[in-house]
Design a binder for this molecule. Sequence first.
Ligand code: TXA
Ligand code: MG
Length: 330
Amino acid sequence: MNVGLKTSILPAGEAAVAKAARLLAGGGLVAFPTETVYGLGADATNAAAIARLYQAKGRPAFNPLIAHVGDLAAARRIARFDTAAMALAEAFWPGPLTLVLPKTKDCPVADLATAGLETVAIRVPSHPVARQILRAFGGPVVAPSANLSGHVSPTTAAHVQSDLAGRIDLIVDGGPVEVGVESSIVGCLEVPMLLRPGGLPRGEIERVLGRPLAQPPEDAGSDGGQPLAPGMLASHYAPRTRVRLDAVRVEPGEALLAFGPDAIAGVDAGTSVMNLSERGDLGEAAARLFGYLRALDARGARAIVVMPVPHHGLGEAINDRLRRAAVERD
Ligand code: TXA
Ligand code: MG
């Protein structure tokens, strides 16, 4: 285990970017902000660095990683784009969209990062700090969310620190992220398919494609077989406290994750309440979701109960993450 490393934390800026690029080139692990969530970066061509990354996260090695690159030209050296993939890349990159595509013949991404699949996930992030690091490093960087495997994704440098201090080399602090949920993942293999709802709403993707996205088969995220989106294991993004959805009342000792202006039965002076968005704004709710789950998880409540969140726009990704947080675990 690489526990016991000294993890430096630097504010975003020239010095931090230069150090990040140097560490990545030497096989190191660097956490940095993207517009969606903080990522934990490693050189995508360096299998030893990727092995350390899986180890630092405690991530099962069958769960492949997203390669982050600076632009479409760099992406085309890694993967083959069909017409739909080109249209999506041109419309939404840089931004919170990941494409799963067939690898090129001389794809430089290490097999360990793609878990032996013939496909690779790629994204061009829009966060200025992520872009500076990619430019300074000059190659593809694999970056899963910078949390311990199975835990809630980090939206601040402090979240990264609480999960990964002592396990990684550097955290670049660029302040809280803007979007707050991970990128939407679209597979462009036979027909464009939404593998993970995320920071880019389905409706915007479908508008560019001119047709509805295909749905992955029901069992795509199960533990058995060859899942289409291997990371979509049912229990994921999970706080330690039990989570109950669609709450209509709060029982004594429970903490409330509220949404919107309405009150709910059972709330009293002793209840911990955090409201994702008093004015019912889904963008604000997405940006706060993981931070509020972490904060409520730390209160030692009997359960975190969650008020219903509408399903349109970013609500699809929010409800997806909440559903995973609520799956019963051992
Ligand atoms: O917003 C994001 O996407 C963040 C930031 C850091 O970029 N990253 C992120 O990575 O969420 P991660 O590793 O937590 O999630 C990547 C997902 C996993 O569910 C993984 O199974 C899926 O992408 N994935 C990666 N390669 C794939 C492939 N070839 N086919 C299908 N799914 C793939
Ligand atoms: Mg993750």
